[in-house]
Write a protein that binds this ligand. Structure first.
Ligand code: 13P
Length: 340
């Protein structure tokens, strides 16, 4: 076992801490900025991320931040590279290394993630820029006749290729097979597809010699589709289904599972994570690697203006704190209200 990879993986899921996914691609961050009426210029993107990364006390609840290629090369207003800003408060810089999901050949309604070409060289460069962990997101869509075996197989294979390359270059891979919430499918269908996808992913990781001790899994929670009438399911139900799925698919050697929020509401994502940890202990740490559920309130408070940096930071700090409590199973809606 590679002790350094294991140490980084464990630090990322230290008790009461989780990850901020701030790795929105140029297209995605533009959509987020459009929602607050802010032009997505390089300067505004930099200012927004600097606001998050310089939030005082965030490091009490945030172990690592996933950056986008543009961001890992940017500097704060005081001239320090953004990865150094994070390191200075004990937060580990990470990097998104996939190149996004594209149409899967021979299955027009499904996606496969690009980005393996030249990946080793990019990992070496990112490591030099300060990245100690990475992320690759595969997308699995539920529909009447999908996902196909083809979609699950090719995405699992690419996740294996990516994870093995990361470990070769001293970077902890976060392996993210996301089963989307889009659609009207039941929780049972999400359970079945998520279990199937995770079984295939861990088969590939094993076949491709990935060390489970030096990686993290970033899955969706098991929930009904957004358009199903039982959405949102109670946190207890989500927790039971998700834990059951993980127990049958994820080796105990994996140090941690860090969930994506995937379009859940801010407090919904926190309550679901808390319900899982309240049922612990589990073989792995269960924590968060949220994008939207950590940033939504901060983005609304900031509105693209430097005058609102304090309000944006307060909103981000609050969600980081609530999710930190949920990672320890100590969150309650009373605490949520007491703080607001
Ligand atoms: P969400 O929490 O918004 O789903 O983002 C997490 C992420 O990194 C998706 O790749």
């Amino acid at each position: 076992m590679d002790a350094a990879l294991n140490e980084t993986a464990r630090a990322l899921v230290a008790p009461g801490k989780g990850i901020l996914a701030a790795d929105e691609s140029s297209g995605t961050i533009k959509k987020r900025f459009d929602s607050i009426g802010c032009d997505s210029t390089e300067d505004r993107r930099r200012a927004y991320r600097e606001m998050l990364f310089t939030t005082k006390g965030a490091g009490d609840h945030i172990s690592g931040v996933i950056l986008f290629d543009e961001t890992i090369r940017q500097s704060a207003s005081d001239g320090r590279p953004l990865p150094k800003v994070l390191e200075s408060v004990g937060i580990i810089p990470g990097i998104k290394v996939d190149k996004g999901a594209v149409k899967l050949a021979k299955s027009p309604d499904e996606l496969v993630t690009d980005g393996l070409d030249g990946l080793r060289d990019r990992l070496i460069e990112y490591r030099g820029l300060g990245a100690r962990f990475a992320k690759w997101r595969a997308v699995i869509t539920i529909g009447p006749d999908i996902p196909s075996r083809l979609c699950i197989d090719v995405n699992a294979h690419a996740l294996g290729r990516y994870a093995a390359l990361c470990q070769d270059e001293g970077i902890v891979p976060i392996v993210e097979p996301e089963v989307l919430m889009d659609g009207d499918h039941t929780l049972e269908r999400c359970y079945q597809v998520t279990c199937d996808a995770l079984h295939r992913v861990f088969d590939e990781l094993y076949d491709q010699r990935v060390e489970f001790e030096g990686m993290l899994l970033k899955p969706n929670m098991v929930v009904p589709g957004k358009d199903n009438r039982s959405y949102p399911a109670p946190p207890e139900t989500v927790a039971d289904a998700t834990i059951s799925c993980l127990r049958t698919t994820v080796p105990a050697a994996v140090p941690g599972v860090v969930f994506l929020s995937g379009g859940q509401g801010d407090e919904e994502a926190t309550a679901n994570l808390n319900a899982m940890n309240a049922k612990g202990p589990h073989p792995w740490q269960l924590s968060f690697s949220y994008g939207r559920a950590l940033q939504h309130a901060a983005l609304q408070a900031w509105k693209g203006s430097d005058a609102n940096i304090g309000a944006g930071q307060a909103a981000y700090k609050h969600r980081a704190e609530m999710n930190g409590l949920a990672a320890a199973g100590k969150y309650s809606t009373d605490l949520e209200q007491a703080a607001s």
